[in-house]
Design a protein around this ligand. Sequence first.
Ligand code: PMV
Length: 326
Amino acid sequence: MISKQEIVSTLLQNALFDLKSCGRSFAPSNIALVKYWGKRQSELNLPQTASMSLSLSCGTHTTVSLNDTRDSVTFNGVLLAPHDPKAVRALSFCNLFRPLDKYFVIETKNDIPTGAGLASSASGFAALTLALDDLFGWKLDKRSLSILARLGSGSASRSLYTGFVKWYEGVQDDGLDSFAEPFGTPWSELQLGVLLASAAEKPIDSRSAMQSTVATSPLYSSWKETVQRDLALVEEAITTRDFGLLGQTAESNALTMHATMMAAKPPIFYWLDKSVFYMHKIWKLRASGLPLYFTMDAGPNLKVLFLEKDKKTITSALPELQFLVP
Ligand code: PMV
């Protein structure tokens, strides 16, 4: 099996090296319209299928520098304990790039609305990759940076860009053909909000949940066909600005992903009563003529898609909706 370190060496072999005192970056959060669920190779986070996301204006700001004493990770102003899982994950990623006898000082801040139930590992690893590129002065191209960010977290490969982003599954064992790039043109009328069912830590992380779904769900092979079909539909919807097609496809894709994991053994079930309550509310509003759709990730919260022109009506129909800026 090809290791992360081998991929890093390949990507950095022709990179520049112009060390600064501090590297800085920002990377946006992203919400998948066609989801990534399942890896074809887990060491390199190579996905079974391609996926498509929309980047948000909120995300992660990171600075990285080196010192001679010890590693430290500060998250939202709080110094993390060395065994904190966030610190361990960030530092094991940095180990791939560690100069001899040097330690990393990482400071990272999310401007993702607190309690919005949004995953931050995508923007977190994308921002860390960009900060390292700035610190070491590699000046890598976006494709290489997307591949490096993917080694930290799969969906981070998509957080290097604004707008719509497509991540290719690739076929190579080294994953050098599995990177993300922008798709189509920005769609300024498209809006997004969150209906929070719970801000609590999820019962099973996405890495383990994916692994178990691929290994035990009898629906997994048809999930791959669903993604292929949904990607074509979402691409058409983005290109032709067909909001109904975009919303319908994204909602159906998210429900199919959840159905696929519910069929795993043991079942993986992220929904809470409140999630189902909100789904019915959205379906009812839609039946009454209001065009709005939802998508969900590995958690109980709903991300609602709608158009700018309907914002006022949606705000009064769903006062609990927290707005996110795409
Ligand atoms: O990159 P990870 O391991 O956090 O997985 C992300 C999985 C989903 O958010 C459910 C789907 C996606 O494509 O972002």
